[in-house]
Design a protein around this ligand. Structure first.
Ligand code: PAF
Length: 283
């Protein structure tokens, strides 16, 4: 297993690989790896000759300082996790903020054409500029043929695709299905921080999304949203931050349904002090 902490050494190593015309896949992560990451890494391994997994808790995408401090950092465990998946095949890039940002740890401002003005963007100011900044840096450092992102962060995926298009970056962005625990909870590094009673309650989020999908077949988006709000109002442990039904291309909330468009429902919920997000395709 190769582990690089500095981009200079990583770039040199990758240059030799690319000179041999070997393809490179990138799986960007913030560590605390779980089965959802495993599915991304396995997809990347089946598509490419070499796979780089970056493990970097990116400070510029946290609008909440407390959230950044509490974010799990488990590098030794993550290295073992990747060894178990791949033997020694994976290349790990686990840099410091100084290495990624060349000493200037700050976000750049992006124009994501409105994709960032709703949902996560509205509730987490500056978050997507931080994501755009770090993903652009990682794509420039690794120069992968393909980079892999989970659809749990569907808005993030749309924004990264837009950023790559606007900046004409040569890497192809691959979206991968949401990976769920057996009880339906979407896999997330944040799940580790759930106290047992909240972990037990959390599958209610996906259960509600599935019912919302069913209702969307016959009811308006407004009616479905009202129904979802009611479910969470009476829930003793989970607090709804937002539920939005949006066009899956523009991410604009739906006014009137059109059968020419595809819609998705997006949700953010607090389970104690842990914020969870999820989404589901509606048609
Ligand atoms: O989805 C994540 O884990 C992060 O937002 C990412 C894409 C690794 C950027 O820090």
């Amino acid at each position: 297993m190769k582990i690089f902490h500095f981009k200079k050494e990583l770039s040199e190593y990758l240059k030799a690989i690319k000179n041999e015309d070997r393809s490179v896949g990138l799986v960007p992560t913030m560590g605390a790896l779980h089965d959802g990451h495993q599915s991304l890494v396995e997809k990347a391994m089946s598509d490419n000759d070499e796979v780089v997994v970056s493990i970097f808790v990116n400070p510029t995408q946290f609008n909440n300082k407390e959230d950044l401090i509490k974010y799990p950092r488990t590098l030794d465990r993550d290295v073992d996790f990747l060894k178990n998946i791949s033997g020694n095949k994976i290349i790990i890039y686990a840099p410091s903020p100084e290495d990624v940002y060349d000493g200037n740890v700050a976000s750049k401002n992006f124009n994501f054409k409105g994709l960032d003005s709703v949902m996560e963007g509205a509730f987490r100011p500056g978050h997507f500029d931080g994501v755009g900044t770090v993903v652009k840096r990682l794509l420039e450092i690794v120069k992968p043929n393909k980079a892999y992102f989970g659809e749990k962060d569907f808005q993030q995926l749309a924004i990264i695709k837009k950023m790559v298009e606007i900046h004409n970056l040569p890497s192809k962005i691959i979206g991968c299905d949401i990976y769920r625990a057996e009880d339906g909870l979407a896999m997330s590094s944040r799940n580790e921080r759930l106290k047992p009673k909240y972990r037990e309650a959390a599958p209610f989020i996906y259960k509600t999304l599935k019912s919302a999908k069913q209702k969307f077949g016959t009811k308006s988006a407004n009616k479905v949203s009202e129904w979802v709000k009611k479910q969470f109002k009476s829930h003793p442990l989970l607090e709804l931050e937002y539920f939005t039904i949006a066009d899956d291309k523009t991410l604009k909330p739906v006014n009137r349904k059109s059968n020419k468009k595809n819609y998705r429902a997006f949700i953010a919920v607090y389970a104690g002090d842990v914020r969870l997000i999820d989404n589901i395709a509606l048609n």
